[in-house]
Design a protein around this ligand. Structure first.
Ligand code: PMV
Length: 326
């Protein structure tokens, strides 16, 4: 049976960075995220004995052999759970450029998990889908639930999963993703997680983590945007400071990244409440309340060297779609 799923990418407000178990992708800390309404992957999967081998295609982009093999490894996990040895056809499409710090692996592997398990005849709960998606890409477990999400680090496969902490409508926030670079990053996040412990600041980062998460949840409860933004921006600087002090150091920023950050600080100096965060890439996620969207967009659009701005509201979790890609 042909099944299609749509999943949204997510932006980490508190980052997943560093793993306590590499194979199971168990993180060293809990993370918090917002689902991104406009950054979506659509994936159609069909298992059949008519297919001699797995066929993987991404519309509009070329997948490397490494990327194809990562998808096949996830199909293998699904086949193992279902105890079925059928090859699959997978066709997938992103609404945004992959591997540029907009978490295409999160939406990609969440969509593959939901479509793939259903297509092979499995009926999994949200928690089971989240744990399974995590094995392919950590942040993908946060793209299964809806709205604002927490990934509990847990200490085993079954206990490390994400769940919704607030529905999308709880707080009308925006993530305006300023795309300054569309070419894929040179160092994958999988590699970077394994290097995290080489920074002398990694242990320090973890020491303050529980308190930071508590404070962010408090800001959520009070819908106190300034308190929220200060924590989110500090967290982004913190993770990138660890990345820049690893051995060898990794710098995802470009001169344009810094220009946008300075622009955001300039807006704040003019009493416009906007903060930024960054994943493992140069593109800047500008976080604001909905009522300031127009004002901030018109400022950002006047900045130089911007390729695109993707406007995101809090998005849904992964779901099944009637339309198919083949
Ligand atoms: O899920 P991965 O292995 O692509 O790691 C994601 C890491 C960050 O994007 C840097 C942070 C996060 O929590 O999404």
């Amino acid at each position: 049976m042909k099944i299609t799923s749509i999943a949204h990418s997510n932006i980490a407000l508190i980052k997943f960075f560093g793993k306590s178990d590499n194979n199971l992708r168990i993180p060293t800390n809990n993370s918090l995220s917002m689902s991104l309404s406009a950054a979506v992957t659509m994936t159609t999967v069909e298992f059949s004995d008519n297919y001699p081998e797995d066929g993987i295609q991404m519309i509009g982009e070329t997948l490397s052999e490494i990327e194809k093999n990562r998808i096949i490894r996830h199909l293998d996990r699904i086949r193992k759970i279902a105890n079925k040895n059928l090859s699959a056809k997978v066709v997938t499409q992103n609404s945004f450029p992959k591997s540029t710090g907009i978490a295409s692996s999160a939406s990609g592997f969440a969509a593959l998990t939901v479509a793939g398990t259903k297509a092979i005849g499995l009926d999994m709960s949200e928690k089971e889908l989240s744990t399974l998606a995590r094995l392919a890409s950590g942040s993908a477990c946060r793209s299964i639930p809806s709205g604002y999400v927490e990934w509990e680090k847990g200490n085993s496969h079954e206990t490390s999963f994400a769940h919704s902490i607030y529905p999308p409508g709880y707080w009308d926030l925006r993530d305006l993703v300023v795309v300054v670079e569309k070419s894929p990053k040179k160092i994958s996040t999988s590699a970077v997680h394994e290097m995290a412990k080489t920074s002398p600041f990694f242990v320090k980062r973890l020491t303050g983590m529980d308190e930071k998460i508590k404070c962010l949840k408090n800001a959520f409860d009070k819908k106190n945007f300034e308190m929220f933004g200060e924590i989110v921006e500090h967290e982004a600087f913190n993770m990138h400071a660890v990345m820049m002090t690893m051995n060898p150091p990794v710098i995802y920023w470009t001169p344009q990244t810094v220009e946008i950050i300075m622009g955001i600080h300039n807006l704040r100096a003019q009493k416009i409440p906007v903060y930024f965060t960054l994943d493992a890439g140069p593109n800047v996620h500008c976080i604001c309340e909905g009522k300031y969207e127009k004002q901030i967009l018109s400022y950002l659009k006047r900045m130089k060297n911007i390729q695109e701005i993707i406007v995101n509201h809090p998005g849904e979790g992964a779901y099944l779609s009637e339309g198919h890609l083949f």
